[in-house]
Design a protein around this ligand. Structure first.
Ligand code: DGL
Length: 290
């Protein structure tokens, strides 16, 4: 019997609420893992900021998360994953996972040339061409088309139902040129877009596969932790701890929709405290045993 167990938490961060869709996927796949989440709600959105700014914010966040002694860090933000993952990977003492490569892999695995892959994402992610590069690293012959859909983030953050006519109009506006190209799959290259999944699917039609990079990332994290012998063997459900840089109450209310379960226990850490604060750590979050 293998009794090895690594009870250190998985640290997850995003520019705000959207990364909770990745936490949701992690909880489904790894229900016994403790998760600590940071949402930079004071500085969202990242998708319209420069690379330099997003890298600075991400470094500050990772410094903060190191206080939790995580076994790995998941950059659950497509924008961060697209424009500064390599710096974080080389600077952090634990593995750092992004969401772009797993999403690209899932897209390539579905279909073959000349099937078109469409990527919808924030402006920064599209401008970085990171999805296109990751797809072409796996299959250089796959045609890829990209479209920035910046309004989707705001509609989701504002709590619009995906069946609201305004949401339907925005989908039509952004995706009408894509739908004419008949893609075989559409990568949801932004943490917020899985919240519009049904409406996007209704507009794109049954034949189009929607790739949720969050659930592909959860699979990657599981495989890697398994290979490292770093899975938790706890028998109880993993704990969830949330930190945000602003509006903990708002995060709690809207976050439950993203997470699919109640968001409790949200602590505020202001951006200027990120690099300095050593928070009081729940001992259950730092236990690492073998
Ligand atoms: N989390 C971001 C992403 O996945 C979307 C929100 C933002 O622009 O910060 O790209």
């Amino acid at each position: 019997m293998n009794v090895s167990s690594d009870r250190r938490p998985i640290a997850v961060f995003d520019s705000g609420l959207g990364g909770l869709t990745v936490v949701r996927a992690l909880r489904q796949r790894l229900p016994h893992e403790d998760i600590v989440y940071f949402g930079d709600t004071a500085r969202v959105p990242y998708g319209s900021k420069t690379r330099e700014t997003v890298l600075r914010f991400s470094r500050e966040t990772c410094t903060f998360l190191q206080h939790m002694r995580p076994k790995c860090i998941v950059a659950a933000c497509n924008t961060v994953s697209a424009i500064c993952l390599s710096e974080l990977e080389s600077e952090m003492p634990v593995p750092v996972f992004g969401v772009v490569r797993p999403g690209a892999r899932a897209a390539v695995e579905h279909g073959q040339t000349p099937d078109l892959i469409a990527v919808i994402a924030t402006e920064a992610t599209v401008a970085s061409n990171a999805y296109q590069a990751a797809i072409h690293a796996l299959d250089a012959s796959r045609p890829v088309v990209q479209m920035a859909c910046p309004l989707f983030v705001h509609l989701v953050e504002e709590g619009f139902s995906e069946h609201d006519p305004i949401v339907e109009l925005a989908i039509e506006r952004y995706l009408r040129s894509i739908v004419r190209l008949s893609p075989s799959s559409v990568v949801l290259g932004c943490t917020h877009y899985p919240m519009l999944r049904d409406a996007l699917s209704a507009y794109l039609g049954d034949g189009v596969r929607l790739i949720d990079s969050g659930s592909c990332t959860a699979e990657t994290v599981e495989l890697r932790l398994k290979a490292m012998g770093a899975l938790s063997s706890a028998e109880t459900s993993g704990s969830l701890h949330f930190y945000v840089s602003d509006h903990p109450k708002r995060f709690q209310t809207i976050g439950s929709r993203f997470l699919g379960e109640p968001v409790l226990d949200v602590v505020r850490i202001r951006p200027e405290e990120l690099s300095a604060v050593a928070p009081t750590i729940d001992p259950s979050l730092t236990r690492a045993s073998a």
